[in-house]
Write a protein that binds this ligand. Structure first.
Ligand code: MN
Length: 255
């Protein structure tokens, strides 16, 4: 039986985690390592300056899970560095409350946890459901089960992961599955300044939910039109096309 490591960034109490665990249990043994609270937008974090705790806990359906004080990517690292007695065959992170498309992937704790699996040479899937409230995780869980079955059978190239976004629709209403590229987010962030009880300013980054450019071929287009979006991502962020141009700057050290 393959072993699937499951985590998320919404924390141990998220129903998205339960839906994922229940469907992926059909494919193999599962181990759940989740943060104690929400780490949404935590990015790829490594806790280095304080200790972490790991305790036995339970999901909402009563099944066994590990709960950690670390970030989503810490959860994967803790599991892989020895708390699991077996190396997983697949890491799956989610199902996130809300989409992770375009530049979101650089903020996302959900995607970062999948990246941590890839750093250790394990294929990984990040999964998110669209919408800003009232999520139904069952359709997305069914989709992720299908994707996970393929990844277990076929593997992924070293350094790659799949970023899966699912529209907030009933399974039967989904139009199909598109393999997409990352689109461009349009953030609507605004700076909100308040005063603390001593009269000093503090700040929140607030504003309306972000939008995206729905260009054909992108994750945004797929979700807007009712398709599941699967974007293959690489941890190698090198801009190969730009290398030659920067070489042509002919930068020399002063001697
Ligand atoms: Mn989240």
């Amino acid at each position: 039986m393959p072993l699937i490591l499951i985590t998320n960034d919404d924390g141990i109490d998220s129903p998205g985690l339960v839906a994922l665990k229940q469907t992926l249990s059909r494919l193999g043994d599962v181990a759940v390592f989740a943060p104690a609270h929400s780490w949404s937008a935590a990015g790829h974090t490594k806790t280095m300056h304080k200790p972490m705790r790991v305790r036995r806990g339970a999901l909402a359906d009563g099944s066994e899970a590990w709960v950690t004080t670390g970030s989503p990517s810490d959860c994967v690292a803790l599991a892989l560095l020895g708390i699991l007695d077996r190396r997983p065959d697949l890491v799956v992170s989610g199902i996130n409350k809300g989409p992770n498309m375009g530049e979101d992937v650089t903020y996302s704790g959900t995607v970062a946890a999948a990246m941590e699996g890839v750093v250790s040479g394990i294929p990984a899937i990040a999964a998110s459901v669209d919408g800003w409230e009232g999520w139904d995780f069952e359709p997305a869980a069914r989709v992720v089960e299908q994707v996970a079955r393929e990844v277990l059978a076929r593997g992924l190239p070293a350094g790659a992961l799949l970023n899966v976004n699912v529209p907030a629709l009933p399974y039967e209403a989904l139009k199909g599955v598109l393999v997409t590229r990352l689109g461009r987010r349009v953030y609507k962030d605004v700076l909100i300044e308040r005063k603390d009880p001593r009269g000093e300013s503090y700040y929140w980054i607030g504003g309306d939910p972000p939008d995206g450019e729905p260009l054909e071929g992108t994750d945004f287009w797929a979700i807007k039109h009712g398709y599941v979006s699967i974007t293959p991502l690489k941890l190698d962020l090198t801009d190969y096309a730009l290398m030659e141009s920067v070489r042509e700057w002919n930068l020399q050290l002063a001697r």
